[in-house]
Design a protein around this ligand. Structure first.
Ligand code: FAD
Ligand code: AMP
Length: 481
C-alpha cells in the first residue's frame, strides 16, 4: 500500500465514490477510505446504496406491487386465484439485498477499472493534509495527500425520548429489515424517510400511525401539493397525527408504548414496532483531529464555500456533512464538482435547481420556489396547475391522482418552481430542472410538442394553464395582484 496519494477521499458513499472516480479519471492517484461493513462484509456505496435510497426504493416498489395487486388489479379485469395476493416477505428482502449487492459490487468494480485504491477502515484528517488510516485489522498508518475530500455522510438522529431497543424501536436501517409485518407500527417524524417507510409497511398490511411534532404537513412542500399528498396517504391507511410531540417511550414485552402530547392533551399509544425518523446528523465526530484546522458548527456540519472548499486549502467537504439538502444526487454532483475543481476546471453547481422527491404513492417531487415562498418574497408571480385526472395516459394506467403546478414570474415568464404530486413525479420534475437550467419560461413549455398520450402532457397543460390557455382543463381566473 502506498502512503502518498494525490487525492484521499474519506467516505465511499455517493459523494465520496463519485469524487474518487472523477479524480482518477483526470489522472490523479486516488485512495478512498471507507469503513462500512454490510452483512459482515466491507462495503462501498455509503448510506445510499446499503441502507438508504436503494433498499428503501426496492421495498417501496415491491410493496406497491403487492398493494396494487390487492386493491387495483380487479378494476383492470385481473382476478387473483384466491382473491388475495400472498406476501413472501423473505423473498422481498432477498430481492432488495440482491439489488444492494449488485450496486455496491458495481462500485467496487468501477474502483478497479479506474484504479482507485479502496482502503478498508477509518480515516481521520490531521494537520498538513495527512490522513490517519485505521484499517479494520492491523496498525494505524499515516498517509499524505495533496488534496483531501471529506465525505463521511450522516447517520440517524437519536431521540432521547425514544431510545433504540433491539428490533422494537429502530431507525430507518432497522425498518428496512423487519422480519414480519408489524400489526401496529408507529413512526416518529413525518419527514421524507418516515413517510416512505411508513408507506412500505402500511401497504404490506401494518396499521401505521405517524406522530409529527410540527402541525404542518411537509412544511417544505408547496401547500397545494402537501394537502393532496396528505389526502392520498390517508386513503392508503397512514394515520398522520400532526402537532403530536413524542415525550417518552417505554418498551415492555416487545411492545413500545409511546407518550405524546398534542393540542388536546397527553396521550399514549402502544405499537409492535416503532421507527424513529426524526432526521439525520453529519458523521463528523471522529473525522478531523484538533490540529487539522477544520471547525465544526454546533450541529457538526463543516463550513464550505460554493465549491465545497473548507477553511484549509486543499481540503474539501461534500454531501451530507455540509450545507444544502441531504440528498444523494446533491452529494454526487458535489463529488464530481470538487474532483474537477482539483483538476483545474471551473465547474460550479447550481444549488437553485436541485430537485427533491418523496417516493410515496403518488410520488411527490419539486424544484425551486413554492407559491408560498414566491408570495413571501414579494415576487410578481403566476401559477399554472392541472390535475392528472385530465390526462389520458394517467387514466389508462389507473393512476390519475395528483397534479402538476408551476410557479412562474409574472413579468419575465421564467419558471420559479415546479411542484408535482402524481405518477412518475420523480421523472416528470426533471423536465422542470432542465427547463429552469436553460432559463426556461412558461411560453417555452407551451410551444413544445409533448408525446400523446403521456404523463408529460400534464406538464404541458400546467404550463398552458399559467396563462389561462389549458385545453383539457378548466382555466382558473388569473390571480389578482
Ligand atoms: P453517505 O452515503 O452517508 O456515505 C458516507 C460513508 O462514509 C459511509 O459509508 C460511512 O461508513 C463512511 N465513513 C464515515 N466516516 C468515515 C471515516 N472516518 N472513515 C471512513 N469512512 C467513513 N437521498 C436521495 O437523494 N434519494 C433518496 O431516495 C434517498 N432515500 C433515502 C432513504 C433512507 C432510508 C435514508 C437513510 C437516506 C436516503 N437518502 C436519499 C439520503 C442519502 O442516502 C444521503 O443523502 C446520501 O447517502 C449522502 O451521501 P454521502 O456520500 O454524503 O454520505
Ligand atoms: P426529516 O428531518 O425530514 O427527516 O423529518 C423529521 C421530522 O421529525 C421533522 O418533521 C420533525 O418535526 C419530526 N420530529 C422531531 N422530533 C420529534 C418528536 N419528539 N415527536 C414527533 N416528531 C418529531
Amino acid at each position: 500500500m502506498a502512503d502518498n496519494y494525490d487525492v484521499i477521499v474519506i467516505g465511499g458513499g455517493p459523494g465520496g465514490y463519485v469524487a474518487a472516480i472523477r479524480a482518477a479519471q483526470q489522472g490523479f492517484s486516488v485512495a478512498c477510505i471507507e469503513k462500512r461493513t454490510h452483512r459482515g462484509k466491507p462495503a462501498l456505496g455509503g448510506t445510499c446504496l446499503n441502507v438508504g435510497c436503494i433498499p428503501s426504493k426496492a421495498l417501496l416498489d415491491s410493496s406497491w406491487k403487492f398493494y396494487e395487486a390487492k386493491e387495483y388489479l380487479g378494476e383492470h379485469g385481473i382476478k387473483l386465484n384466491q382473491n388475495q395476493p400472498k406476501l413472501d416477505l423473505q423473498q422481498m428482502h432477498k430481492r432488495k439485498d440482491e439489488i444492494v449487492a449488485q450496486l455496491t459490487g458495481g462500485v467496487e468494480q468501477l474502483f478497479k477499472a479506474n484504479k482507485v485504491t479502496w482502503l478498508q477502515g477509518a480515516g481521520r484528517l490531521q494537520a498538513g493534509k495527512k490522513v490517519e488510516f485505521a484499517p479494520g485489522e492491523g496498525d494505524k498508518q499515516t498517509l499524505q495527500a495533496k488534496y483531501v475530500i471529506l465525505a463521511s455522510g450522516s447517520e440517524p438522529i437519536q431521540l432521547p425520548v425514544a431510545e433504540l431497543h433491539e428490533d422494537v424501536v429502530v431507525t430507518s436501517t432497522g425498518a428496512l429489515e423487519f422480519e414480519s409485518v408489524p400489526k401496529r407500527l408507529g413512526v416518529i417524524g413525518a419527514g421524507i424517510i418516515g413517510l416512505e417507510l411508513g408507506s412500505v409497511w402500511a401497504r404490506l398490511g401494518a396499521e401505521v400511525t405517524v406522530l409529527e411534532a410540527v402541525d404542518t404537513m411537509l412544511p417544505m412542500v408547496d401547500r397545494t401539493v402537501a394537502k393532496e399528498t396528505q389526502k392520498h396517504l390517508k386513503n392508503q391507511g397512514l394515520d398522520i397525527r400532526l402537532g403530536a410531540r413524542v415525550t417518552g417511550t417505554e418498551v415492555k414485552q416487545k411492545k413500545a408504548t409511546v407518550s405524546f402530547s398534542d393540542k388536546n392533551g397527553d396521550h399514549q399509544e402502544t405499537f409492535d414496532r416503532l421507527i424513529v425518523a426524526v432526521g439525520r446528523a453529519p458523521c463528523t465526530d471522529h473525522l478531523v483531529s484538533g490540529d487539522a484546522g477544520i471547525t465544526l458548527d454546533e450541529r457538526g456540519f463543516i463550513d464550505v464555500d460554493s465549491q465545497c472548499r473548507t477553511e484549509v486549502p486543499g481540503v474539501y467537504a461534500i454531501g451530507d456533512i455540509v450545507r444544502g439538502p441531504a440528498l444523494a444526487h446533491k452529494a454526487i454532483e458535489e463529488g464530481s464538482m470538487v474532483a474537477e475543481v482539483i483538476g483545474g476546471e471551473h465547474t460550479q453547481l447550481n444549488y437553485e435547481t436541485i430537485p427533491s422527491v418523496i417516493y410515496t404513492h403518488p410520488e411527490v417531487a419539486w424544484i425551486g420556489k413554492t407559491e408560498e415562498e414566491a408570495k413571501a418574497a414579494g415576487d410578481a408571480y403566476k401559477t399554472g396547475m392541472v390535475a392528472f385526472a385530465t390526462n389520458g395516459r394517467a387514466l389508462a394506467a389507473g393512476d390519475s391522482g395528483g397534479l402538476v403546478k408551476f410557479v412562474a414570474d409574472e413579468n419575465t415568464d421564467r419558471i420559479l418552481g415546479m411542484h408535482v404530486v402524481g405518477p412518475q413525479a420523480s421523472e416528470l420534475v426533471q423536465q422542470g430542472v432542465i427547463a429552469m437550467e436553460f432559463g426556461g419560461t412558461m411560453e417555452d413549455l407551451q410551444l413544445m410538442v409533448f408525446s400523446h398520450p403521456s404523463l408529460s402532457e400534464t406538464v404541458h397543460e400546467a404550463a398552458l394553464a399559467a396563462d389561462q390557455k389549458a385545453i383539457h382543463a378548466v382555466n382558473r381566473p388569473r390571480r389578482k395582484k
